[in-house]
Design a protein around this ligand. Structure first.
Ligand SMILES: Nc1nc2c(c(=O)[nH]1)N[C@H]1C(S)=C(S)[C@@H](COP(=O)(O)OP(=O)(O)OC[C@H]3O[C@@H](n4cnc5c(N)ncnc54)[C@H](O)[C@@H]3O)O[C@H]1N2
Ligand code: MOO
Length: 392
């Protein structure tokens, strides 16, 4: 999935620095100057030349270019962050100095009290590689390096089509009808993987007819790089996804996965005459199965589309036994104890349920033909949760 996404990586664009949070570097981050760019005082005090006492000949504040200290026995008052004048031999801290009759006395500390150009980085040095996800720390670093814009991958545009005439979009379920749980939730998950999803990109329930499905997918594809659909992945009387993909001339990248829950998930690719590649991800209708498809199929695709590194799965030790699912991989919802590095299976994990998911951090991977025993180290497929979520 990752390689398929990377092969269709989205174009690089220039974006103002302040609009880059959550995007991905499309070229390495380098610095435009030495950092710091000039010798910078790290304290408030006196820039002195030669041995003291020193005669005060001026003052230099942050933001100014000072005149050089031309004579031994002279000093200028200097502020933290100010450029150290040429000729300075030491900086004396204000609190370690005395001033009497225009003369400054004191003993400068042996270690330099200023930062040398290039101490943090040299001009043109590569600080972060291409493919780095941009977060506030990266934005701050880029600003300190003198960047006004960054070359980034355009954010993937995603759309969601919800299939199923039985779905209610408001009020309590009953009388054969269930609430659409995926229309409200999937766009929020997609945004956490870096997608741009506008409210108008979420459509449904789409009427359970083939023409309505074809028209909805076609319309969504005009703008989106990735169209996710929910439901209709099987071959029941009103499951129209496969015939829709056929009608649109899509190629399957993946058509069902030997995993439980979530096995009917699929990924299809469409190539335009202009070479633009778009994807349709078919998420199964059972709500937990749809999320399994998101974390296992869609997440690596999106990493590739954004030109990021292949996500590496963390590992955890099972705190309790987790049964396998025969010849299928079992993705079992677990809550992590991060400090202990352990994973606890959660309850209410039927594929039609969302209660377990709402208390879980991710899915433990139980390999085909195995059972997870207490103490086993297993990979964890994480949910894209933010810091502080699930804090107990
Ligand atoms: N004969 C078989 N039937 C089914 C099999 C099978 O192997 N043989 N597999 C089951 C599995 S596993 C899954 S998963 C589902 C996947 O089916 P679809 O993707 O075609 O989904 P639907 O039939 O449309 O819906 C399934 C289920 O999920 C509910 N649903 C659908 N969308 C939503 C939504 N947005 N919010 C909440 N709930 C939703 C829907 O009402 C159904 O209950 O197929 C099984 N059947
Ligand atoms: O595999 Mo289905 O996706 O169990 O619910």
């Amino acid at each position: 999935m990752y390689a398929v996404g990377l092969a269709a990586a989205l174009p690089a664009v220039a974006r103002p620095l302040v609009d880059t949070d959550g995007l991905t570097l499309a070229e390495p981050l380098t610095t435009r100057t030495d950092l710091p760019a000039f010798p910078t005082s790290s304290v408030d005090g006196w820039a002195v030349r030669g041995t003291g006492p020193w005669r005060v000949v001026g003052r230099v504040l942050a933001g100014n270019t000072p005149t050089p200290l031309a004579e031994d026995g002279t000093t200028v008052e200097i502020a933290t962050g100010a450029m150290v004048p040429e000729g300075t031999t030491a900086v004396l801290r204000i609190e370690e100095s005395t001033v009497k009759g225009g003369l400054v006395s004191g003993t400068p500390r042996p270690a330099p009290e200023w930062r040398q150009p290039g101490e943090e980085a040299y001009a043109d040095e590569e600080l972060l590689p291409v493919g780095t996800p941009i977060d506030p720390a990266v934005i701050g670093l880029a600003a300190s390096c003198g960047h006004d814009t960054l070359r980034v991958r355009r954010a993937p545009r995603a759309a969601l089509l919800v299939f199923g005439d039985e779905l209610l979009t408001a009020g309590p379920p009953g009388a054969g009808r269930v609430r659409d749980a995926l229309g409200p939730a999937v766009p929020a998950w997609l945004r956490r993987y870096g997608c741009h999803v506008r409210p108008s990109d979420v459509v449904g329930p789409v009427a359970d007819t083939l023409p309505a499905h074809v028209a909805a997918v076609r319309a969504a594809l005009t703008n989106a790089d990735l169209v996710c659909t929910t439901g209709g992945t099987m071959h029941g009387p009103v499951d129209h996804l496969h015939p829709t993909l056929e009608a649109l001339g899509a190629d399957y990248v993946v058509n069902t996965v030997a995993v439980r829950p979530g096995f009917p998930m699929l990924l299809a690719r469409l190539a335009d005459h202009d070479g633009r590649v778009r994807f349709v991800a078919g998420l199964p209708g059972n709500p937990q199965s749809a999320i399994v498809a998101l974390v296992s199929l869609v997440a690596p695709l999106l990493a590739g589309l954004q030109g990021r590194a292949m996500p590496v799965l963390p590992q955890a030790t099972l705190a309790e036994a987790v049964p396998g699912r025969g010849d299928h991989t079992h993705l079992a919802l677990v809550r992590l104890d991060r400090a202990a590095g352990t994973a606890y299976p959660v309850r209410h994990v039927g594929s039609a349920m969302l209660r377990g998911l709402a208390g879980a951090d991710g899915f433990a991977v139980i390999r085909p033909g195995t059972n997870g025993a207490q103490g086993d180290r297993v990979p964890i497929v994480p949910l894209p949760l933010l810091s502080g979520e699930r804090a107990s």
